[in-house]
Design a protein around this ligand. Sequence first.
Ligand SMILES: C[S@@+](CC[C@H](N)C(=O)[O-])C[C@H]1O[C@@H](n2cnc3c(N)ncnc32)[C@H](O)[C@@H]1O
Length: 445
Amino acid sequence: MKIDILTLFPEMFAPLEHSIVGKAKDKGLLDIRYHNFRDYAEKARHVDDEPYGGGQGMLLRAQPIFDCIEALEKKEKPRVLLLDPAGRRFDQAFAEELAQEEQLIFICGHYEGYDERIKTLVTDEVSLGDFVLTGGELAAMTMVDATVRLIPEVIGKEASHQDDSFSSGLLEYPQYTRPYDFRGMVVPDVLMSGHHENIRLWRLEQSLKKTLERRPDLLEQYQMTEETAQILDTIQSEKWRESIYQAFDLMDQGDLQGALALLDCLEVSERSSAYYDYLSTYGYVYAELGQTEAALASYQLYLNKAQAEQNHSHQHQAYHQLAMVYRMAGDYTAAQEQLAHEEQLIRRHFRKNHLIWAVHLYEVGYLTYLLGDNGRAETIMQKSLDHALQTDDSVAQACAYRGLGEILSNRDYLEKAHALFSSLDDARGAQDVHELLTNLPSSDA
Ligand SMILES: C[S@@+](CC[C@H](N)C(=O)[O-])C[C@H]1O[C@@H](n2cnc3c(N)ncnc32)[C@H](O)[C@@H]1O
C-alpha cells in the first residue's frame, strides 16, 4: 500500500517508524511518504489566510494543497482523505474499507480549518471522533495504524484481528495468560478445560454480554445468527429478570407504586423467556393494588403466550393466577371456571405431580370454604396437605396447614403454618397466620 500524508509537521510522524507499522515498511508492504505542503506555497511560503467575511482564526489556502496533490505520484483512483472533525466518524469498518485500497492520501489540517474549495479534491472527509484536535496529524497517524494492521501479512496470523473488538461487530471477550492464579484471581475454568466448543461458546457469550452492557448500539448493526440471537436472549432475559425480582421485592415490602414504576420502565420483549415473570409480576402488583381488570389482562396475556408455545407448566400457572385474581375480586364463579381448566390440564399433563396437585387443591379448598361448604373444603384441603407432605416443599405445606387451620379454626395447624412461614422468612405469610391465630376464640372460652 502507498500512503501520502500532506502535513505542515512531517516530524510528528516519527512513531510510525516503530512497531508493526515500522516493520511493514521495512518488509516493503508499505510505502509512506510525508509532504510538507508549505514547500508548495507560492506567496512567501504562506499556507494560511484570513477568512472572507471576517471571523476568528486563519484558514488553509487552496493553492499549496492543490499543487502538492497534483505533484504526487498517483495510482489509479487514490482515496483522498481530509481530516476534519465534521467528517464521517472513523471506525473499524472504515479501516477495513481503507485496507483494501492501493493508495491513501491524507490531508492534515491546522488553524481554524480549510478553504472550502480544497474539498473538491477529496473522496472522504473523516473525523477521529467528537472532539477537536489542534491538527490532523494525530488523527491521521491513528487511522494509518488501524488500517495498516489489517493489510494481509502485516500481522502474522490473520485470525488474530478477526476476534478484535469491532472486527466481529462485537467487543472482544476477556483473555488471560499465565499464571493461572495471580494474587488470588484465577482463570475461568472453561478456559482450562481444553473443550474447544465450550470455549468458543463462552467467548461468544462474554462478547455479547460486554457489547450489550457497553455498546448496545453495535448490536443494532450486528448480523445475528440463530445461535447468537439465542445467547443474547438468555443474557437479556437474565438482566430483565434481575429487575423483575427487584420489583417483586418492592411489592413484598409494600411499595406497590415503586414496583409498578420499575416494571413500567422495562421493555421486556415478548419473545424473551423473562416475559412470563414480567407479566406475572405485573399481575401480582395490579391484584394487590385492587386493579382487577389490569391484573386479569396481564394473566390473560400470560395464558395466550403459554398456549401459543404449548407450554403446559405456564398454562397451569396462568389458570391458577386467573382463579386467584377472580377469587380476590369476589367473582367465585369465574374463579371456579379457571380452576376447572387447571384441573383438566393437571389430569392430562401433571397427573403424578404432588406439588402441582397440592397447590391446585389448596385454591379449590379455599374457594369452597369461601363459598360456605366447610365440610367439603376440609376434605379438599386435607388432600392438598397429603400431597404437600409427599414433597419437600415447605411453602405448599405451610399453605395447606394454614388452609386447614382457618377452615377448622385449629390452633395446632395454624401454629405449624406459622412456624413454616417463619422458617422460610416469609414475613407476609407469617403475619397473615398470626392474625388468624389472634382472632381464634380462646381455648378456655
Ligand atoms: C483546530 S482544528 C479546526 C476545527 C474547526 N474549526 C472545527 O470546528 O471543525 C484544526 C484541524 O485539526 C484537525 N482535526 C481536529 N479535530 C479533528 C478530529 N476530531 N478528527 C480529525 N481531524 C481533526 C483537522 O484537520 C482540523 O482542520
